[in-house]
Unconditional design. Structure first.
Ligand SMILES: O=C(O)c1ccccc1NCC(=O)[C@H](O)[C@H](O)COP(=O)(O)O
Length: 218
């Protein structure tokens, strides 16, 4: 039985309820994402995220997600929530993203008819990034859309880990992992009953399907 070279990491994003945070931990996800982007229906206040952090089991990371938030807003979330990773979804540059003393992922818009991103150019633009998150939004648009993009447009020449996002569900994530072999996968809408309200059965099935893809157990 051939296996993927490593265990595909899983990030559940846009959690707003402590019970969903606890269940995500127990299902074995690697990270939960708290959204602080202003336009998001899943947006949290720093103190809400800090409180929800208490529901996390050990060995599960917190990712704080921003979209062109101010430096003060990011600093306040870092102070209160203590995320292990930041995710920047807007037009933030490398100098801004690395300015908080926390590793970061840069979200890369793959929606619209933009030209295929060049991996080398991405590394030059974001030399401090720990990795990239390729998502289905267009430039300047929010994430959490529930839409996929053409995975064949993922850039070549990437030297850093990448996370695949955008419209993943329990029904397509097996193929997404097999087709793209990402470092990790990220999901929000695909495990929801409503924006910010996660569905336990969809959460469980999503994790099972990623594990099945890793074991290549067709
Ligand atoms: O999730 C949001 O509401 C959101 C709002 C503004 C900027 C980014 C946002 N989410 C970014 C994420 O990492 C999502 O998990 C990602 O876009 C995938 O979302 P989905 O297609 O719903 O699985």
């Amino acid at each position: 039985m051939n296996r993927t070279p490593f265990r595909t990491r899983i990030k559940f994003c846009g959690l707003t309820r402590a019970g969903d945070v606890r269940l995500a931990s127990e299902l074995g996800v690697d990270a939960v994402g708290f959204v602080f982007a202003e336009k998001s229906p899943r947006r949290l206040k720093a103190e809400e995220a800090r409180a929800m952090r208490q529901a996390l089991a050990p060995l599960v990371d917190v990712v704080a997600l921003f979209m062109d938030n101010s430096q003060d807003e990011v600093r306040e979330v870092v102070r209160q929530v203590r995320p292990s990773l930041l995710q920047f979804h807007g037009d933030e540059d490398d100098a801004f993203c690395r300015g908080f003393g926390v590793q970061y992922l840069k979200a890369v818009p793959m929606g619209g008819n933009g030209s295929r991103e060049d991996g080398i150019a991405l590394h030059r633009r974001y030399p401090s990034a720990a990795g990239f998150l390729f998502d289905s939004h267009g430039g300047g648009e929010s994430g959490g859309s529930g839409r996929t993009f053409d995975w064949g447009r993922l850039p070549a020449g990437l030297q850093k880990p990448f996370v695949l996002a955008g419209g993943l569900t329990p029904d397509n994530v097996f193929q997404a992992v097999r087709d793209t072999m990402p470092w990790g996968v990220d999901v929000s809408s695909g495990i929801e009953a409503a924006p910010g309200v996660k569905d336990g059965d969809r959460m469980r099935r999503f994790v099972e399907e990623v594990r099945r893809a890793d074991c290549n157990a067709d």
